[in-house]
Design a protein around this ligand. Structure first.
Ligand SMILES: Cc1ncc(C[n+]2csc(CCOP(=O)(O)OP(=O)(O)O)c2C)c(N)n1
Ligand code: SF4
Ligand SMILES: [Mg+2]
Length: 297
């Protein structure tokens, strides 16, 4: 069997938009779990598009939680299995960025801190997509969303993207990793590892959203790759507190290449003052490059 195994546990027939990075991310992540797994899923695009009653895209037992408590529900499932002596079943919790880094942060923190044997997967499409593209704590700076619209006075979201990977790591858990739908082998390896490790683990997958980001569905993977190649989304693992396996970049690309095809950033190329805002974003990429030693000699 190749690493990209044929078996699907998140199947076609779901209602996600064409080119949805989240659906691709879930499909790849579910290749990495085994059949002996139970998944929870917060309210959001993933849940809504994959489970219209009486249909389901899930081939493993799957529970829909509230928007805010996927981690708490998964922790409860894991504790119940432990009490029954069933320790051969993997528990996977899933949530969008809103359901993870904002409203679900409390239940995620509790689950990580209590030490449940749960792998948490955050599908990061950088806004509340399911309810109409509202900004989240994971929305990047200067992106236009329906609650941070660019206009005459505004360049869109004013805040920097929250670093949820660092917050997860602050719980001293054994494994934290970032992944991208543009690097499927890497993504699968990381989710597999997160599942195999005993204790709480956290994987955040960058998943472009054609509808919310305003790009064509056929460039989803290209855009996800550009996020990595510009240094805006860094691929790495943190094991037992140590940063490892950072994906180095050869000839890092300017951030414009990533921003330009997306309508959520189009004001940066039209409005007076846009160049400075693009420079701000470039500085974020440069600072990532410095911190993680991204540039390949
Ligand atoms: C307590 C609560 N507040 C608000 C909602 C409405 N709601 C459902 S999903 C969602 C946004 C989901 O965003 P995210 O977690 O990023 O997932 P996405 O849809 O982007 O994949 C919101 C606001 C809710 N279900 N429950
Ligand atoms: S709105 Fe975005 S995340 Fe939601 S199904 Fe469509 S492409 Fe996927
Ligand atoms: Mg989201």
């Amino acid at each position: 069997m190749t690493r990209l195994e044929k078996k699907e546990r998140f199947t076609s027939g779901h209602r996600a938009c064409g080119g949805c990075g989240l659906a691709l991310g879930a499909r790849l992540a579910m290749k990495a779990v085994d059949d002996n797994s139970i998944a929870t899923c917060a309210t959001g695009c993933l849940e809504v598009t994959s489970s219209p009653y009486p249909q389901s895209s899930w081939k493993i037992p799957w529970l829909h939680s509230l928007f805010e408590n996927s981690a708490a529900v998964a922790g409860g499932v894991e504790a119940a299995l432990r009490a029954k002596g069933k320790q051969d079943i993997n528990v996977v919790a899933q949530g969008g960025d809103g359901g993870t880094v904002d409203i679900g942060m409390r239940s995620l923190s509790g689950m990580l801190e209590r030490g449940h044997d749960v792998a948490y997967i955050c599908y990061d499409n950088e806004a509340y997509m399911n309810t109409g593209i509202q900004r989240s704590g994971s929305t990047p700076m200067n992106a236009s969303t329906t609650t941070s619209p660019a206009g005459e006075e505004s360049f869109g979201n004013e805040n920097r993207k929250k670093n949820a990977l660092k917050i997860a790591a602050a719980h001293n858990i054994p494994y934290v990793a970032s992944a991208s739908v543009a690097y499927p082998d890497d993504l699968i390896e990381k989710v597999k590892k997160a599942n195999e490790i005993n204790g709480p683990t956290y994987v955040q997958i960058h998943t472009p959203c054609p509808t919310g980001w305003g790009h064509e569905g056929d460039i989803t993977v290209k855009l996800a790759r550009l996020a990595v190649e510009t240094g805006l989304w860094v691929l790495y693992e943190r094991e037992e507190g140590e940063i490892k396996d950072v994906k180095k970049i050869k000839d890092r690309k300017p951030v414009e290449e990533y921003l330009k095809p997306q309508k959520r950033f189009k004001h940066l190329f039209k409005k007076e003052g846009g160049e400075e805002r693009i420079q701000e974003i470039q500085e974020i990429a440069d600072s990532n490059a410095e911190k993680f030693h991204l540039d390949e000699e």
